[in-house]
Design a protein around this ligand. Structure first.
Ligand SMILES: Nc1ncnc2c1ncn2[C@@H]1O[C@H](COP(=O)(O)OP(=O)(O)O)[C@@H](O)[C@H]1O
Ligand SMILES: [Mg+2]
Length: 370
């Protein structure tokens, strides 16, 4: 595997967030920095996810982009135009909310038509565009239903149709699938991605669910405490997380702490508590520096044979794979057995050989990090 870093996509910038900060007051009047000096660019037709734990500022950032909040500092540009102080309805954005926010007294047709009516679109064009939007989300034939006669998934489709019918430049979605059950959520994920591609719209998708972000997004913005931790395509976030927060938030991880012994030829030799490891490193790290070695569980392999011995402490059988915890020299590592049908299942307490894929591990410099 190459250590190459994916360049940002080329093309027209659809959305630019430039050094945006938002400070709220909490109930006692103390300042709360919800968004902290965030800058990013999203390209036309891109699907970008804002990912982070609850309270990290995702919704606030989305509402600033939509125009429902004014930033304390910084600027928003849409299609090259500064819109920071413009109202939501003239920005060319449309928002889909977690709660769907359908009008309960209007039927499906009128819910979708609403944005066109507000803009004074003619009757014939309105009929045609609403029909197109309902076809896009697979709701032809339900146009005279009222929202309370629809399932959660159908209501969410109406919300998406209502958002795209006005042909916004940027579609903003705030945890739109979190009220659906797991099966439907997975189905709607695929649907949303199809719709976004079909319409060719730029999408910003807020979620706290890393699997959702990984499966949907071209690039992911990881946020923590209002700050961008990393902006990268899913595979790069997973393989080369920028820091311990990203490593632990995206996927499962063994984060082994140690000190660098020497660096040369694009690799570091690291002293870990139970072993020494040679880990690829694009940067030259001085001997003695404290580092974290990011080892993903699927790169830790168990076998009968092997020089490095460990003891299985936990084995969780999941059918297609087995999740293990294996103790090696006092360290507890997460491992994945890939094909229990072929490889069998190691039992708790069993002595096993352990191979750790340090050649695909990632080095984090911990000294001097905030
Ligand atoms: N209107 C508000 N007034 C005061 N604090 C707010 C307001 N909106 C959000 N916050 C605070 O800002 C932080 C970020 O909130 P939010 O953007 O909703 O996060 P997320 O969507 O990632 O869960 C939280 O600490 C939240 O309590
Ligand atoms: Mg939120």
């Amino acid at each position: 595997m190459s250590a190459h870093v994916t360049p940002p996509p080329a093309g027209e910038v659809s959305l630019r967030v430039d050094r945006v900060t938002k400070v709220f007051a909490d109930p006692t009047g103390a300042p709360v920095t919800a968004v902290d000096d965030v800058s990013l660019a999203v390209y036309a037709g891109e699907f970008v996810s804002l990912l982070g734990p609850s309270g990290c500022g995702k919704t606030t950032l989305l509402r600033i982009i939509a125009g429902f909040e004014t930033p304390t500092a910084g600027e928003i540009e849409l299609a090259g135009q500064r819109v920071t102080h413009l109202p939501p309805d003239v920005r060319g954005t449309a928002m889909v909310f977690q709660s769907y926010a359908l009008f309960p007294h209007l039927d499906v047709f009128e819910n979708v038509a609403f944005g066109l009516r507000v803009r004074g679109t003619g009757a014939a064009e309105t009929r045609e565009r609403v029909a197109d939007a309902l076809a896009l989300v697979g709701l032809e034939g339900l146009s005279r239903r009222s929202p309370d006669q629809l399932s959660g998934g159908q209501q969410q489709r109406v919300a998406v149709a209502r958002a795209v019918v006005t042909r916004p430049r940027v579609l903003l979605l705030d945890e739109p699938l979190s009220n659906l059950d797991a099966k439907l959520r997975e189905q709607m994920r695929i649907e949303l991605r199809r719709i976004q591609r079909e319409v060719g719209i730029t999408a910003i998708y807020v979620t706290h669910d890393q699997v959702e972000a990984m499966t949907l997004a071209d690039r992911i913005v990881v946020l923590d405490r209002g700050r961008v931790q990393q902006l990268a395509p899913p595979a790069e976030l997973y393989a080369r997380p920028a820091n311990a927060f990203v490593a632990e938030f995206v996927g499962k991880v063994n984060l082994l702490e140690g000190r660098v012994l020497e660096t040369r030829d694009g690799a570091c030799r690291v002293a870990l508590p139970a072993m020494e490891a040679v880990v690829p490193s694009a940067r030259r790290v001085e001997a003695g520096v404290r580092v974290g070695v990011v080892v993903r569980p699927e790169t830790v392999h168990l076998a009968q044979e092997g020089a490095l011995r460990g003891a299985v402490r936990r084995a969780v059988y999941l059918g297609s794979q087995v999740e293990y915890e294996v103790e090696v020299g006092g360290e507890l590592l997460q491992a994945i057995g890939r094909s229990p049908l072929e490889e069998g299942i190691f039992r708790e307490g069993q002595d096993v050989g352990v191979t750790i894929g340090f050649q695909v591990a990632h080095l984090l410099v911990l000294d001097g990090e905030a």
